[in-house]
Design a binder for this molecule. Structure first.
Ligand code: SAM
Length: 214
């Protein structure tokens, strides 16, 4: 996939704060609460790495984290974060191409699955799923369109896609149907919370089995 966030890395967090206030942060902090002590965590598309500080504030030690981001600049910023004594491996790579042999208790995908179309999400989802242990948690934060707010959510979403299509070469201009992919793989939502007038949703999915679709 073509997306490249290098051009926006230096101001990404400021921009997100201007548009969404603290909602992007709160949505991810909500998910951090589901991380158990001693977990092996895969973070995909973590951006500038502030999430590592949130995670490490809750668990200053004992975690094993693999942090994958395709943007070299995002990885450089992330490496400067305080991670306590947790073990963090930074991989500047496309999740689609990365080769991992470890299995994880937790995968965290904050505002990255919306970079894929429903079609291009399928192999990426499958790849991540195969890296997870049975009973693991998938911590998912992303945008959604709801009936109540669609009149303002859709134009805002379109404007965001236009911006990221131009500056980051994001390949799609609409949200993938991630919910049906989670269902197809047998995941169960165990907790969910909406932020920013329901435009942002954080969901904790449990991986019920080692189910693999044909
Ligand atoms: C919209 S940003 C979200 C950043 C961060 N999670 C946040 O909420 O502030 C998407 C992030 O995913 C990364 N990314 C996009 N496509 C990727 C891919 N195929 N593999 C790994 N990282 C990717 C980008 O470099 C960027 O850092």
């Amino acid at each position: 996939m073509k997306a490249n966030y290098n051009r926006v890395a230096s101001f990404y967090d400021h921009l997100s704060r201007i548009v969404f206030g603290k909602a992007i942060i709160e949505a991810q902090k909500y998910l951090v609460d589901f991380i158990g002590a001693g977990s092996a965590i895969l973070v995909v598309g973590g951006g500038t790495g502030w999430i590592l500080e949130e995670i490490s504030e809750k668990h200053p030690s004992g975690l094993k984290i693999v942090y994958v981001d395709k943007s070299e600049k995002m990885i450089d910023l992330s490496k400067k974060r305080n991670v306590g004594t947790n073990r963090v491996v930074f991989l500047n790579a496309d999740i689609d191409h990365v080769m991992l042999h470890d299995k994880f208790d937790i995968v965290f995908t904050p505002f990255i699955l919306d970079n894929f179309s429903t079609k291009t999400l399928a192999p990426v989802f499958d790849k991540i799923h195969r890296l997870l242990l049975p009973g693991s948690l998938w911590l998912f934060a992303d945008f959604q369109l709801t009936k109540k707010g669609e009149w303002w959510q859709r134009p805002l979403l379109n404007a965001m896609y236009l911006f990221f299509n131009i500056f980051c070469n994001v390949e799609t201009a609409r949200l993938p149907d991630s919910d049906s992919v989670f269902r197809k793989y047998g995941y169960t939502p165990v907790a969910t919370y909406a932020f920013f007038g329901e435009f942002i949703s954080s969901t904790v999915y449990r991986n019920n089995s080692s189910f693999q679709p044909a």
